[in-house]
Design a binder for this molecule. Structure first.
Ligand SMILES: [Mg+2]
Length: 121
């Protein structure tokens, strides 16, 4: 990742930014969930109408990569804000979900396959 910032240190910075502006009153689960989805759509929009090869070339375009980075940060900020409002330990939730996914997608059955676990032929 290249950065030493932990989720908890990022959350402190995000909540400081939010609280300096007295925005906590706007941060309800519905609107934060909508904000995550809207920012994810902004990320997706950067690739709209581009074929896979053109979309992948964003890695070599500094300006486009910066736009992707900004939308990813927006998604992450709202995700961390939602986890703060709901008092969800996001790091723990990620670990749990990875364990659950490992059970659903055992390596011997899913290596090099993109099938969904309940649609495996
Ligand atoms: Mg955005």
């Amino acid at each position: 990742m290249g950065s030493e910032a932990s989720l908890s240190s990022l959350m402190k910075k995000i909540s400081r930014f939010r609280d300096e502006r007295d925005w906590l009153k706007f941060h309800n689960p519905k609107d934060l969930s909508a904000a995550i989805s809207i920012e994810a759509a902004e990320l997706l929009e950067l690739f709209l109408w581009k074929d896979k090869q053109t979309a992948a070339s964003v890695k070599r375009n500094r300006k486009q990569l910066l736009s992707v980075e900004e939308e990813m940060a927006d998604v992450a900020i709202y995700l961390l804000s939602l986890s703060d409002v709901l008092k969800i330990d996001l790091a723990r939730a990620i670990i749990r979900k990875l364990k659950s996914n490992a059970l659903k997608y055992p390596v011997p059955m899913f290596k090099d396959r993109a099938d969904k676990y309940n649609e495996l032929n």
